[in-house]
Design a protein around this ligand. Structure first.
Ligand SMILES: [Mg+2]
Ligand SMILES: [Zn+2]
Length: 268
């Protein structure tokens, strides 16, 4: 069977909130965040906010405690487990950061389901501050994509995933996302792939307005329950398509030597 790779965005796709906003809001720094937002890129602002929280006496454990109670629809974890059990290769592509995502997927017990997490690197420094760096250093090597924020082009990550999958034979991709940053990767998907934009979220709006630019089949989803139904249906669909192709190959080999029946005469 050809492999199926499922790429998940994280914020508002796996969890039901934006993890950056969730941490800032729950730790009472919304006003400062909103005040600084017009002055710097989002990713740099999150690094700055982590320093501010540390200065206010908030520890990395306080941050992790907030992350562990981030809201998630009850059908998301079962969807991920089922897709993994069905042999799909699951990956996360997110503009959050490694500490936030690993804290949550560890807490949910689904760390083993993912072969790859592509996100902004983060670590706890000697003073106990969480530091967040851009996925791409936009000063030394800008990615040049006008659709994406300076620190990350998710389309570039899909390019890399597609290149590595190509070495393993024909592979199909299902991509799930909600945000404006998920539009660029949706344009990289090919015929035979599936794009699952969250209905009434920014990527859905962008896809509705630019449908002709997408080669992938589009299936919108509303919530975790809807996501589960569609993901499982698409996995089954891909498996059926692949088995029909295999049958077709067998059929050709077996039937080619047999002479075709004579044409039926048409009444005049
Ligand atoms: Mg998102
Ligand atoms: Zn891009």
């Amino acid at each position: 069977m050809a492999g199926i790779t499922i790429v998940f965005d994280f914020d508002k796709t796996i969890i039901d909130v934006d993890s950056d906003n969730w941490v800032v809001d729950e730790l009472g720094s919304t006003d400062l965040f909103n005040h600084l937002l017009p002055t710097m890129p989002w990713n740099s602002l999150m690094d700055r906010m982590m320093m501010e929280l540390h200065a206010q006496g908030k520890t990395i454990e306080d941050i992790k405690e907030v992350l562990r109670r981030a809201p998630i629809h009850p059908r998301i974890v079962p969807t991920i487990r089922t897709a993994h059990a069905l042999g799909c290769d699951l990956r996360i592509v997110s503009d959050a950061n490694t500490v936030f995502i690993e804290t949550i997927v560890d807490h949910l017990g689904i760390n083993d389901c993912f072969s790859e997490i592509n996100t902004n690197p983060s670590y706890v420094d000697e003073q106990g501050r969480l530091r967040i760096s851009p996925f791409i250093d936009f000063n030394s090597s800008p990615h040049g994509c006008t659709l994406c924020p300076p620190n990350m082009c998710k389309g570039m990550i899909i390019d890399r995933i597609q290149a590595s999958l190509a070495k393993e034979g024909r592979q199909r991709i299902i991509y799930l996302g909600d945000g404006g940053g998920d539009f660029c990767p949706s344009l990289k998907l090919r015929e035979g792939d599936f794009m699952m934009p969250r209905k009434n979220f920014p990527v859905w709006d962008l896809i509705c307005k630019n449908r002709e630019l997408l080669r992938a089949e589009v299936h919108e989803w509303i919530d975790g329950e809807d996501m589960e139904k569609i993901v499982i249906k698409l996995i089954e669909k891909i498996k059926i398509q692949d088995s029909i192709q295999l049958l077709a190959v067998d059929y050709k080999i077996e039937t080619l030597p047999i002479a075709l029946p004579p044409p039926v005469r048409v009444h005049q």
